[in-house]
Design a protein around this ligand. Structure first.
Ligand SMILES: [Zn+2]
Length: 133
């Protein structure tokens, strides 16, 4: 079933990206750097019609759940964004900045960090698109 307007939730079978993603993230959560935990593939919206590795990030269940349910977010967990907003992988960076924008609504440290963030124009366009969903 098509879930064209869905902002969250993968609708692709992404398992074939698993190996490559595990290599990229060295089995650490790409957002909070947790290791030794179960990692899931998350597709950074807007979700392309065809599954794209460039839209996938490998994250832990804590990050995953809070991205899915931002109302329940634990701001302290997201201090990990001090590192992840500088990630070399655009999908990680965009996901990190989208979360930072949520946290920045209630936390002064996050609002300050947001001002330091630097994005390439493509990353900025991607983030805008994601947040408009
Ligand atoms: Zn995590």
């Amino acid at each position: 079933m098509a879930r064209g307007h869905s902002r969250h939730g993968a609708h692709h079978n992404l398992n074939h990206f698993g190996k490559e993603l595990v290599r990229r993230c060295s089995a650490h959560c790409e957002l909070c750097d947790a290791q030794g935990v179960k990692l899931k593939i998350y597709e950074v919206p807007p979700i392309p019609a065809d599954a794209m590795l460039d839209h996938c990030i490998m994250i832990c269940e804590t990050c995953y759940e809070q991205i899915e349910k931002p109302k329940r977010l634990d701001a302290d967990h997201w201090r990990c964004l001090y590192n992840s907003i500088w990630n070399d992988t655009p999908a990680v960076k965009v996901a990190a900045l989208a979360m930072l924008d949520q946290v920045a609504e209630r936390e002064a440290w996050a609002a300050e960090l947001r001002e330091q963030a630097y994005m390439e124009p493509e990353e900025e366009a991607w983030l805008e698109e994601l947040e408009a969903l």
